[in-house]
Design a protein around this ligand. Structure first.
Ligand SMILES: [Zn+2]
Length: 484
């Protein structure tokens, strides 16, 4: 019996997370669009790794009036995802679409459910997409981030009331769908007191995120909820929960912080147990295996294993998801995440070695790849610290072993040519080796990273999320200290 029965692989291909190793479904004139054969190869890989579900986000650019008007991009996207849905079903996988109900358009406008016109638009868009993506197995209602509202009296209760309406629309258009209600944030990110107060807020992300409006009590644009607010929000959810479909799952992490810890918004374990008595629960633990922005070959395997074991101890979780923004690079993470969902007792180091034997015929690489996990960022809780001189030695050995490796005998159905994967790992190993030098040429490294990882932004518009532009700087600035 696997530890968790629902094992979802979530690819976030949003506007601000595009890169060489992600799929582009939004910009028909830009690279990295996958053919159906490439989609099938990816789905075959995650099925082989033990996932039961492919998950994606209906990004705000698609959740816009262009979809209602038959726009080319949303129409093509819907057609492609229906094909992906069929492919997944043919491989025994489920599909899940994650939808934030009130985040509309590329500028991330927070529509206000308490404005009749905005509420009607939410309903129209939701109905459109539920119809366009009918046949999708699971529909996730996601509170925000981006999204939420505190205009015109909106609170966490507004989100729950809206979600009840959206469940009804979903089941009208896609009667076979199973719903999942997200509680992401501190909790319900962006609703009511979780969002900062912006006088005269027009609903735009730009205005909400403007640091001018930060206060000591609400330093961030969202993620400001404290444990008292969590108690109110979760209490309200528990009161209304019996009104939701009986087979609806609720996504709730072990804690309300972005890392599922109790550092922001408090401890969620008691709520998870209380909800589990009424509806099945899943996790939506975003940063567990991978962070955002700077792409690199992650190695968060011990953290993945520890979290799965903690979930098993804390509450009767039926499963959860593993996120990636680089599905063609972080193959080891996906392999380990799938395995740990099936067996939370699996040894993360053994998984790393087994993967490297299967792909490269060299178990030693499994241990060396831990040295990639030195990038400070979302969800970065490394198991060990390193002196820069030791890292340089490890990167040297990594380069030598990768150069010698022959992936021709790879026994795993990877979504990319194993040789291309080897070349990517070699590229990162050489860049990290250069960064660990006493006086690295950071300008050259920055340019190399920008060209290899982010050149898609030469041809697509910049995201409203300005952090995207900082990724190359962040990469070039790594290993500035002697101990990391
Ligand atoms: Zn509102």
């Amino acid at each position: 019996m696997p530890t968790f029965t629902h094992r979802s692989c979530y690819v976030n291909f949003a506007e601000h997370l595009l890169n060489r190793w992600n799929v582009n479904v939004l910009y028909p004139d830009a690279p990295y669009q996958w053919s159906l054969e490439e989609w099938e190869r990816f789905l075959r890989m995650i099925a082989a790794f033990g996932f039961t579900c492919f998950e994606y986000w209906l990004v705000p650019t698609l959740f816009d009036t262009a979809a209602l008007e038959g726009g080319a991009v949303p129409t093509a996207f819907a057609a492609r995802m229906r094909e992906v849905n069929d492919l997944a079903h043919g491989l025994g996988l489920q599909t899940k679409v994650l939808c934030p109900p009130n985040t509309i358009g590329p500028a991330w406008y927070s529509a206000c459910p308490n404005l009749p016109e905005d509420r009607a638009l939410i309903h129209r868009l939701w109905r459109h997409w539920m119809r366009a993506l009918a046949g999708t197995d699971i529909v996730g209602i996601f509170p925000g981030d981006p999204g939420g509202c505190n205009r015109h009296g909106c609170t966490h209760e507004t989100y729950i009331e809206l979600a009840l309406e959206l469940c009804e629309i979903t089941l009208q258009e896609n009667p076979g769908a199973r719903l999942e209600l997200g509680t992401w944030g501190t909790p319900f990110s962006g609703w009511g007191g979780d969002a900062r107060t912006v006088p005269g807020w027009d609903g735009s992300f730009a205005m909400l995120a403007d640091p001018t409006y930060a206060t000591p009590e609400t330093p961030m644009h969202i993620w400001n909820g404290d444990p008292a607010r969590a108690e109110a929000a979760m209490g309200y959810l528990l009161r209304r929960l019996p009104e939701f479909p009986t087979d609806m799952a609720v996504a709730i992490n072990l804690g309300f912080s972005p890392d599922g810890d109790a550092t922001l918004g408090g401890d969620a374990r008691a709520y998870a147990r209380a909800i589990a008595a009424v509806r099945p629960i899943t996790t939506w633990d975003y940063s567990l295996g991978e962070g955002e922005l700077i792409c690199y070959p992650h190695w968060r395997l011990p953290r993945l294993a520890a979290r799965r074991r903690e979930e098993r101890s804390a509450a009767p979780y039926s499963g959860g998801m593993s996120y990636t923004m680089s599905p063609r690079l972080n193959l080891l993470t996906l392999y380990a995440a799938g395995a740990l969902f099936q067996d939370a007792d699996a040894d993360p180091d053994a998984l790393s070695r087994t993967f490297c034997i299967a792909v490269f015929g060299d178990p030693a690489l499994g241990e060396l790849f831990e040295a990639f996990e030195i990038v400070p960022g979302w969800g970065h809780y490394p198991r060990r610290r390193w002196a820069k001189t030791e890292l340089r030695r490890v990167y040297t050995e990594m380069v030598d072993r990768l150069e010698a490796a022959d992936p021709a005998a790879c026994t795993l159905p990877l979504c990319v040519d194993p040789e291309a994967y080897r070349q990517d790992l070699l590229w990162f190993a050489r860049q990290f080796h250069a960064l660990a030098a006493p006086a690295p040429d950071r300008q050259t490294i920055r340019a190399a990273y920008r060209a290899r990882a982010l050149s898609i932004y030469d041809v697509v518009p910049p995201s409203v999320d300005e952090r995207t532009r900082a990724a190359a700087d962040g990469f070039a600035g790594l290993l500035g200290d002697e101990i990391v």
